[in-house]
Design a protein around this ligand. Sequence first.
Ligand code: ACM
Ligand code: ZN
Length: 773
Amino acid sequence: MKKHISSLVFLFLCFSVLGQTSKDDFYKTIPLAQNINSVSGKPFVLSSITKIYSPKNNAGLKQIAVFLSEYIEIANGIKLQITNSPVKENAIVLENNFKDKNSEAYNFTANQNQVVINGATSAGTFYGVQLLRKVLLENETKSQIELPAVEITDYPRFAYRGMHLDVARHFASVEFVKKYIDLLALHNINTFHWHLTDDQGWRVEIKKYPKLTQIGAFRNETQVGKQVGVYDGKPHGGFYTQEQIKEVVAYAQKRFITTIPEIDLPGHMVAALSSYPELGCVGEGYEVYKKWGVSDDVLCLGNEKTFTFLEGVFTELIPLFPAKYFHIGGDECPKKRWEKCPKCQTKIAELGLKKDSKHSAEEKLQSYCMSRIEKFLNAKGKQVIGWDEILEGGIAPNATIMSWRSTQAGIEAVKQGHKAIMTPSSHVYFDYYQSTDAASEPLAIGGFTNLERVYSFEPIPNGLTEDERKLVIGAQANVWREYIKSDAQTEYMVLPRLAALSEVVWTNADKKNYGNFLNRLSDFLKIYDKLKCNYAKHILEVSPEYKVDTENGQLILSLKTSSKSPIYYTIDGSEPTLQSKKYSESLIINSAVTVKAAVISENYKSKIFTKKFEFNKATAKPIVLENEPVDRYRFNGGKTLVDGRTGTTAFSTGDWIALYKDDFEATIDLKFLQQIKEVSMNTFTSPNDWIFGPKQFQVLISKDGINFTPVHSEDLKIAEKGDGPKITNLKAVFVEQEAKYVKIKAPIFEKIPEWHYSAGQPTFLFVDEITIN
Ligand code: ACM
Ligand code: ZN
């Protein structure tokens, strides 16, 4: 509603109590400012005669004045003059002497004469300018616009507000990286984590090691989607010269964004090994990785040349990156090669590293490596960040942990007195699907992180002491680009989830509200349109909510949208149009049906939501699980298995549930004695994701719920090396007989098989839709 009221109504509202709200609303953008107080008085009129003032001899503020003038030109089509002679009237005044202990805080006041944006440092002024820029962009493009009188004081909740970009899996041009940095600035993000090296490509010029970019920056071809062993035959690559790196770092710095480089070590190094094979344990036969997943080939830590190499790389990077932090990776490093490598084993012996109850000798070897590199970087004035695996084997003495597998490692780190940055894949992996309708999304790595989930993320876990809380310096979202090939797709994966992240890291938790955020977001999307960004439009489309009513044996489908236009739907398979039924209340489903729905107005039709519901004797029947699914894949618990919806290979979108370390066992109550002859259940396997099926599939039936008779039992094989993601329908067919209860037992494989990079770890067991006929 905000900002679209006609001027007559606006005038009226200004004199009413409601007017207060409406005036505040003008400045409510994303991230929501901490304190917005409307004050009495006439508005400031911004027009082509308005001047932007920045004080003499203050290059920082002058640069911000130039940005502001550019922003206003884009938003309002007028070019304002910048001056350093004080102006009393009709000026936007930029200052940086606001007294606040938070260096990024700012004070923003508007009255009839002036808009004053005063930061505690220039960074604060920059964020005040971002706020003005955003509210101007959200309004209609007008050469004259009224800014209501206001007093805003604002500051970020967290000092570390990060966004990551993987340019190793797919290269991104300097031009796009700059656009990405512009997007970070728009969302008040102050740290750009640049993932520059990985198995699939080395992307930064190192003069001492030229082969890194002559060989390591290019791969001959790339795996096609998730098809293991199928390649596209097209070379891919690219790298940044040191000059280009400097250019990007300076570009970010101007926008108060610190660029942190990541050299991922000692794993994720196949591109480097292909360039300098002597750095690997095997010493030959490497090729820049053309598939996805984790390679067993890693740096040989028994070879001093490895350390000479790493120190040589960092020695060249240090002058390029003024950041305090350097990211040294440490994630997903298989220890297989080290176990067999004489040099690594000699090193382990020399260092006296011994397996103990918590860590293997090889894990300690990795810790030795991380600590040694940390020491090298500390001596040059740099601090290190590592992924959470660097806790295994003992954390390097001064390292900051980037907690990605969950927030647990972050908790452990702060309990040990280390700093932590929270980037849990459960909430802030922007390479994950953002809709449950994965079939109509671009292929993604998996997972499920929709806008609401990102917004719900709380970086500070419960149960920490005050001192421990302070060690959580912030949060970050990660954009791994195995399946993200283009600039447009990157924008699609990032926007508008970045808007949700922006509020997670900027706005105090007690001021956050998802409904309110969605309202503001529908205005904020206009900014993406004006800046020509490709964003995901799910909030303007149909978003479903599913319920299983086991009492009445029916499914309930509710349809929602943040669009102002209505939803129309069909249940006969036809395309919804303005002539179809208008959605007003939840749909009750008690037979097989395909629902199609879309948000439709005279001149707009959203993407069509399509959901097929199956109905059989198990659907919407009471179900009891012997063991609880894991939190992350619990969704609707046992009801997920009888909800009429069959999961696809997008395994984290709510159609599948998963067990971890526990066996699957479910009992379904058919409610009355019925003839049955077939029971089936789906299972999903994806070795790369630690997901293996059950080792057995057993079906038992009963008339009384106490005495069960086995009707089917089969042993199943564990996935083999090279197997990709796969859905298997486990089916029991037996002589037709009467039953009221059906029990399915599917025990889990205890351990990941020997061939796997995580051999010996527990597996996940995924199950979905049970059918009984
Ligand atoms: C990671 O996602 N491997 C840090
Ligand atoms: Zn070795």
